[in-house]
Design a protein around this ligand. Structure first.
Ligand SMILES: C[S@@+](CC[C@H](N)C(=O)[O-])C[C@H]1O[C@@H](n2cnc3c(N)ncnc32)[C@H](O)[C@@H]1O
Length: 338
């Protein structure tokens, strides 16, 4: 990655609210989404004995190595997907941890480096892979069936014009490869029209949907919540920051299903017959950024922070659709990065 590529630095979202809710932390914590390290640093400064950080993006590793130099006994970075945090941590000989933080989605660094291909604001290769391995957005857009593209835009992006956009993508790719972020963004702009009073750029929903699809973000989130729950000691804390309504719905349902002591019959059936609470909520309502944070960092505007404490040592596998995971055709698998 070229330095000249860089546009702005990452600002940790809702970190001060997290610190107000949990002014002192202790024990070993997992930061499952290291990014620029804002939460790892916050945890180390608030009393964590050790932070084990995970990130699937190889570009964060040099920054993480600086943390390892600064805190040689208290910080460790592991490259990988947080949905496998149990196995990653087991390799270090750890059976349980005191807390897990997941600040999901992409970082400002990833959006701001045009070469990563996440943004329609700066032209770059149509890539969008957090892990930089496997199939990219270019593969999906240029090879997938029209019906799969349309399904992704509709279900992950809640894009009303999903069908029209997918149809146009398939027409255009017969003429030339759609291999850059600007080519895709201008195609969408042409379909939706530039004279509409869009509050957001017309390509926003489609880009978000494609990114979520190729990085398998929602299924990873569900597996990450399950792994974290299993790994937490009794009384351990699980904090999740989301940026998208589909992500927050998953976290909310996961925490709600496991926090109520008197589930309805329907809920008991959905969660497999267990009505005992596993979690206690630390904050009853999700924490959202205040106006000051939003004015400093507009990308924080849709963030939501939920924290729970584990009260019971038991976990039952949940049906992902009961958490609100959209059901997308299995053919998506061949267009997902590793
Ligand atoms: C919003 S940023 C985190 C920012 C970080 N909390 C900070 O304060 O700097 C999300 C980071 O998580 C990583 N990430 C997203 N999903 C992941 C997953 N399933 N496994 C591992 N890393 C993931 C991304 O590569 C990105 O670096």
């Amino acid at each position: 990655m070229k330095k000249a590529d860089k546009v702005s630095d990452h600002i940790p979202v809702l970190l001060s609210d997290f610190s107000s809710l949990l002014p002192e932390v202790s024990g070993v914590w997992i930061d499952g989404t290291f990014g620029y390290g804002g939460y790892s640093r916050g945890l180390l400064n608030s009393g964590a004995t050790k932070v084990i950080a995970i990130d699937m993006d190889p570009d964060v590793l040099s920054r993480a190595k600086d943390f390892e130099k600064k805190w040689p006994k208290k910080f460790k970075i592991l490259a990988g997907n947080f949905c496998y945090m149990n196995e990653l941590v087991a390799n270090l000989g750890l059976k349980s941890v005191s807390g897990v933080i997941l600040d999901v989605g992409i970082s400002s660094m990833q959006v701001d480096y045009p070469s990563r291909g996440f943004s329609f604001k700066h032209d770059g290769p149509l890539d969008m892979r957090m892990s930089k391995k496997g199939a990219s957005a270019k593969d999906l857009i240029n090879k997938a069936k029209e019906s799969l593209i349309s399904e992704i835009l509709l279900k992950y992006g809640e894009e009303r014009y999903a069908k029209v956009i997918a149809k146009r993508i398939v027409e255009v790719r017969k003429e030339y490869p759609i291999d850059s972020t600007h080519k895709l963004a201008s195609l969408i702009e042409q379909v939706l029209g530039t004279n509409q009073q869009h509050k957001i750029h017309p390509a926003t929903r489609s880009f978000q949907a494609i990114r979520m699809a190729i990085n398998n973000e929602l299924p990873n989130l569900i597996r990450g919540l399950a792994s974290a729950t299993e790994l937490l000691e009794m009384g351990g804390l699980l904090a999740v920051i989301t940026f998208h309504s589909l992500e927050d719905r998953i976290v909310k349902r996961f925490f709600n299903l496991r926090t109520k002591s008197s589930n309805t019959l329907d809920e008991i059936k959905r969660i497999g017959g267990n009505s005992e609470p596993i979690f206690k909520k630390v904050n009853k309502r999700p924490v959202i950024p205040n106006l000051q944070e939003i004015s400093k960092n507009p990308r924080a505007r849709s963030a939501k922070l939920r924290i729970v404490r584990k009260m019971k040592n038991e976990f039952i596998d949940l049906e992902p659709s009961s958490l609100g995971l959209p059901n997308i055709s299995a053919s998506l698998r061949e267009f997902q990065c590793e």
